[in-house]
Design a protein around this ligand. Sequence first.
Ligand SMILES: [Ca+2]
Length: 185
Amino acid sequence: MNRIQLIFLCLICLGLIACGDDDDTPETTGPTGPSFSESCCANPPIDTIVNGINIFVPNAISANGDGINDVFAIFATEGLARIKKLVIGSNIPQVELLDVEDVLVDEFSWDGTDLDGNLEAGVFVYSIFLEDEDGNEIVLQDEICVRTGGLTLPCVDNEGNCGYGIQYSVTTGYNPNLDTFEACE
Ligand SMILES: [Ca+2]
């Protein structure tokens, strides 16, 4: 190898090293969406009046087995006939957790488990197709945060925005100032 060939080889080596530097961007692992803490209770609960019916759908449950806010349910004043269809799942990854049809509102509840009975903290999307007593369809779509843990839950960013079933009563409706009976740290 003569001197010119050596210089040429060095230039190629330098070029390769320089090219290698272009790959110094941080490696990403998995989907880059908002974290659980950021997305839990980011949307307020549904508190609406449709066709004269006050409907409240919590945006969080605490599935820790203490009997308080353990299940997802729909709360409403008189006038709803039934749930025509209700689907809960996640978009990324695309997972279906629940798909029920033709259930009375008072008889519906979901404990946060998937189709195999497993429970994991997560923020899930739901679509609810209700029918009122006059046969009108009411569609509600939003997110539900399933929180797990012991009696004290891991705190989330939007802690004050979490609305639970225990804060609703048929006579006064949803009152965010009522005690949630939840503690976090
Ligand atoms: Ca609970």
